[in-house]
Design a protein around this ligand. Structure first.
Ligand SMILES: NC(=O)c1ccc[n+]([C@@H]2O[C@H](COP(=O)([O-])OP(=O)(O)OC[C@H]3O[C@@H](n4cnc5c(N)ncnc54)[C@H](OP(=O)(O)O)[C@@H]3O)[C@@H](O)[C@H]2O)c1
Length: 277
């Protein structure tokens, strides 16, 4: 393979990528990068305000984008979104399942013991992360099965490898996302086409809205004991930035990873590798 072919692997001209949670902190960065790599990007989110703010950052004169309102827990709404995206861009080549997150009500602490976490808070977190990954995979994966090609990238987490304290539902849900990633990779390759690949990113710690309350003090913004502990257990000694995910994401979406499926790749500054000693 020559150099031109190699660099061309990251030119997504004519490829349509759907990003659920695409207006969020990590999904938004991915959307900007993919438009910059000439993809047609469908930003699927339920947060209109975030989506409107994101639009101001999206590069112009390269790929195209549309914003599609959608709830990853509503399959009919997802099917409508798919029809709109196909009408706009002709097909769907890739899906990034980036909608997800934890909820304060499902987090143990001084005011909430494990025994008291309300069932609805547990269900909210498991539904959003697990069911909210499976339903878009059904809706957009069907189109991939019909065209016999496609790529799905899920967002798992460090919690999936070893659970973190305080967030039982989120840890369990992300472990299930990793498991589902492997399951779907095998299913798609065996039942539909080996050219449909399914992988996941397992980000370490990125300071975003869903974990700010755990990692930084409300007053003053300094690190909490948990935030300090995370940095002490991250050999690279810092939180991730959304840009840190882009290289691995583009690689997983591109033909450069054509023989890679069923993997969950940590992007964590070495957190998973470090025993603490
Ligand atoms: N940040 C981290 O350190 C970290 C680490 C590991 C894994 N992750 C995972 O990475 C993914 C992205 O995280 P992030 O930090 O970018 O989170 P974020 O900024 O909260 O973005 C998530 C986006 O998804 C949207 N969303 C929530 N529920 C939805 C639903 N039912 N349907 C459609 N959209 C919905 C959110 O909208 P609303 O604002 O309306 O909720 C938000 O715009 C998540 O799966 C997260 O669990 C994050």
């Amino acid at each position: 393979m020559n150099l031109q072919e190699l660099t061309g692997l990251y030119d997504f001209s004519g490829k349509t990528v759907v990003i659920t949670g695409g207006a969020g902190i990590l999904g938004g960065e991915m959307a900007c990068a993919l438009v910059g790599c000439r993809a047609n990007v469908a930003i699927l989110d339920r947060d209109q305000a975030m989506a409107e703010r994101l639009v101001q950052r999206i590069p112009t004169g390269v790929g195209r984008y549309i914003i599609v309102y959608g709830d990853v827990l509503d399959r009919d709404m997802l099917a409508d979104a798919r029809d709109r995206i196909v009408a706009e861009f002709g097909r769907v080549d890739a899906l990034v399942n980036a909608a997800g997150g934890n909820a304060p009500a499902a987090t143990t602490g001084a005011e909430m013991t494990f025994f008291d976490i309300p069932p609805e808070a547990l269900r909210f977190v498991v539904d959003l992360n697990l069911v909210g990954t499976i339903l878009p995979s059904q809706v957009f994966g069907r189109a991939m099965a019909e065209q016999k090609s496609g790529v799905i990238v899920n967002l798992s987490s460090m919690n999936a490898l070893r659970p973190l304290t305080r967030i039982p539902a989120y840890s369990a849900a992300k472990a299930a996302v990793s498991n589902f990633t492997q399951w779907l990779a095998v299913h798609m390759a065996q039942e539909y086409s080996p050219a449909i690949r399914v992988n996941a990113l397992a980000p370490g710690f990125f300071l975003t809205e869903q974990n700010r309350f755990l990692l930084t003090e409300r007053e003053g913004g300094g690190l909490t004991a948990r935030g300090r502990s995370i940095l002490a257990h991250t050999p690279m000694g810092r939180f991730g930035t959304p840009e840190d995910l882009l290289g691995t994401l583009l690689w997983l979406l591109s033909p450069a990873s054509a023989f890679v499926t069923g993997t969950v790749i940590p992007v964590d500054g070495g957190f998973a590798a470090y025993s603490g000693v």
